[in-house]
Design a protein around this ligand. Sequence first.
Ligand SMILES: O=C(O)CCC(=O)C(=O)O
Length: 91
Amino acid sequence: MGMHQDRDERSDAPVVSVSLGDACVFRFGNTETRARPYTDLELGSGDLFVFGGPSRMAYHGVPRTRPGTAPPALGLRGRVNITIRASGLAP
Ligand SMILES: O=C(O)CCC(=O)C(=O)O
């Protein structure tokens, strides 16, 4: 997944991202550009990543996953990401 900003919401609430299955490299950047500076983090199954405040509009992406690294007990192949966010939009 390429570097992008989560711009569709109308809320300043933090974004909560849950990783399940294969590990991945999660790239967390800055609010101005897709390019450096950014930080690459290894996220494993069960990890939570939360970003809010001044980082809410930071560019971020997943440049690679690590196939075959999911915990066998999970019974899952590949990687699943669950992102929880407040839309701030009227129902
Ligand atoms: O797969 C991920 O950890 C990132 C997901 C993401 O960036 C998004 O849903 O906007």
